[in-house]
Design a protein around this ligand. Structure first.
Ligand code: UGB
Length: 598
């Protein structure tokens, strides 16, 4: 009470709110006015930030926390009364007629889309010291995730412009959600690389704030053990992206500019853009308000399952059920075997990959009601079975894919499943944890992430008629993987299957030991036989025809010891490096027609 005199009227209101919310313990050890006043003001400033960055303010946070903590203590099942079943969605088969049609439709829509990358997570499971978007998605070229994402967006937007001839061109907006853990390094990566070719005005960084930690079941805010003038905070989860987009005013800006779609994606999925155009085509064709891109999921794989939940009272929703909840939910509802593969070799529940496509109009309508607040959950680790005390403080969390939970039944919520090799290969697990993944399930590691790029590109070239050798098995960092030829191309060479098909003709062959890197946009491959390494680059207005026999020692994949600290961390987490022995490397810097005949 005495200390109120040192606060401004707004700060007094915040302090009173805390007292009303039974948070008096926060002020318990405060000395008299005149002692440590700056620290007290800093404390109230932090309270102000926590209050303003949460939809509904801190009082609402504490109230929700009390309810969720009571439910957790009572062991309440969040799916009480709901029965799971396998939902039906659009199933895409890469390269068939319907895929190509959806791709074409999707590319047209890119000019009406905004892209949102959630990159606030530090990737504790990966144990990498840098930000994840700075990691190379493959080490053949060393391109980092952020560069690949930006170039893909730019090229898709370019392709979209070309298709929509005559219509005015616009710079597709790109938002990156960062956090205190990633913000400065993400900005620095962009600035030191000239935004990888994007206009800086196209890119907006929105920083998510952490939320207050909770010390007990009464939702008393946890004080930092090292500083009594600081409330402990932890990340709130990627669900924050919705309230941030809403409160930043960007959604309204986009709507006024005539945009129609918002696409969300995560930090380390190097395959994603191979399926984006087709998935956007599905959204446009089916007029989905929410379209969740998903992949066939192995039972018990550490990704959520897209599930239809039907309640006895008539409520229905198609929603992600997290992998740790899916098995108990199935067992409790008449599926005694729980989460198991069916005869396809996959779980019948498609895997959630957090690639969401939302239609902007209905999205804004919903957020005008909710302010972007997403249904939260709490996951306290209790000291014992009485559930009266926590091992360490907890906090509320939210996930972006829970957005549909508040939607009315009339909302058009769908999903699109792609081939298992096409769209998902995240880099999340450190080598030790990846090596423990059950045999046959994806590792989700830097090793498997890179190998998946080569596999996917090789498969796409095969679909375009190129003869490609089968892969050979390899073991790196204790993980068994398939080693395909290292085929890599820049988005400006191809962003759709139609692009690939239009640039490949005749009888082409790539041997297993080969590396093919295509950097130039107008490079056509005709009657090429590659047994070694070929790297081909050109300026945009050059036309380069590549063919003939190219044979050299090439680049080899060599195992390395993950504990060899002389090697950079991004190499060690893969368990291999590329030994560049011999290559044919050609860069055409002059416009005009060129032929490379090996
Ligand atoms: N992220 C943020 O931007 N802020 C945060 O506070 C936290 C994360 P994780 P997660 O698709 O692979 C999800 O940690 O949440 C970003 C689904 O729940 O890699 O454990 C972060 O930077 C799961 O169902 O994943 O698991 C990253 O870009 C499954 O779909 C993204 O959010 C799984 O993702 C995801 O964060 C998946």
């Amino acid at each position: 009470q005495k200390n109120l005199s040192i606060l401004s009227p707004d700060q007094v209101e915040l302090a009173k709110m805390l007292l009303e919310m039974r948070q008096a313990h926060l002020f318990e050890d405060w000395p008299d006015p005149g002692v440590e006043d700056d620290e007290k003001i800093a404390f109230i400033d932090q309270v102000g930030l926590l209050n303003s960055s949460y939809p509904g303010g801190l009082a609402s946070y504490i109230k929700t926390a009390r309810e969720l903590l009571a439910d957790s203590k009572a062991g309440k099942n969040p799916f009480d009364g709901f029965k799971p079943s396998v939902p039906s969605g659009e199933v895409l088969t890469f390269g068939d007629d319907s895929f190509i049609k959806y791709e074409e439709t999707g590319v047209k829509q890119v000019q009406n889309a905004a892209f949102v990358l959630v990159a606030g997570g530090l990737g504790e499971r990966l144990g990498y010291n840098g930000i994840k978007v700075a990691l190379p998605l493959e080490t053949t070229t060393g391109t980092c995730f952020l560069q690949h994402y930006i170039e893909s967006i730019l090229c898709l937007s370019e392709a979209s412009c070309k298709q929509a001839q005559g219509e005015s061109r616009r710079d597709v907006p790109f938002v990156i959600m960062t956090s205190d853990d990633t913000h400065a390094r993400t900005l620095q990566l962009l600035e030191s690389n000239s935004y990888f070719g994007m206009k800086p005005t196209q890119v907006k960084l929105l920083k998510q704030e952490k939320v207050a930690c909770l010390a007990d079941n009464d939702a008393r805010l946890a004080v930092d053990p090292k500083n009594k003038y600081r409330i402990q905070t932890k990340p709130h989860g990627h669900g924050d992206v919705h309230s941030l987009l809403y409160s930043s005013g960007l959604l309204k800006e986009w709507k006024d500019a005539g945009l129609r779609w918002v696409l969300f994606f995560q930090d380390t999925n190097g395959l994603l853009f191979k399926a984006i155009p087709a998935a956007l085509g599905v959204s446009a064709t089916k007029e989905y308000h929410v379209n969740s891109l998903s992949v066939p999921r192995k039972a018990k794989e550490a990704i959520g399952g897209i599930t239809r939940l039907s309640h006895a009272d008539g409520r229905e929703m198609v929603i992600n059920v997290e992998y740790n909840q899916l098995d108990p939910l199935l067992r409790a509802t008449g599926h005694p075997d729980g989460d198991v593969n069916c005869d396809t070799g996959y779980s019948p529940y498609p895997g959630n990959i957090n690639q969401l496509i939302l239609e902007l109009g209905p999205y804004i309508d919903e957020l005008s009601k909710t302010g972007g607040a997403i249904k939260e959950f709490v996951n306290p680790k209790y000291k014992d079975a009485t559930k009266t005390a926590f091992k360490s403080s907890t906090r509320l969390e939210c996930m972006m894919q829970d957005y549909p939970k508040t939607l009315p039944p009339s909302a058009r919520v769908g999903f699109t499943v792609t081939d298992p090799w096409l769209a998902y290969a995240p880099v999340k697990n450190n080598p030790e944890d990846a090596a423990k993944v059950p045999k046959g399930n994806p590792y989700h590691s830097a090793t498997s992430g890179e190998m998946a790029i080569y596999r996917s590109n090789s498969m796409i070239l095969r679909k375009a008629g190129v003869k490609i050798d089968d892969p050979v098995p390899g073991v790196f960092n204790g993980q068994e993987v398939e080693v395909w030829p290292r085929v890599v191309w820049k988005p400006k060479w191809a962003v759709t299957f139609a692009d690939v098909k239009s640039k490949v003709s005749g009888n082409n062959f790539v041997s297993q030991k080969s590396t093919l890197v295509i950097k130039g946009s107008n490079v056509t491959i005709q009657d090429l036989s590659l047994d070694g390494t070929l790297v081909i680059d050109s300026v945009d207005d050059a036309e380069v025809k590549v063919g003939g026999l190219v044979q050299n020692n090439g680049w080899a994949i060599e195992s390395i010891d993950k504990d060899n600290t002389a090697l950079p961390e991004e190499v060690r987490i893969r368990g291999f490096k590329i030994n560049k022995m011999e290559q044919l490397e050609k860069s055409h810097t002059e416009p005009g027609k060129h032929t490379l005949n090996g």
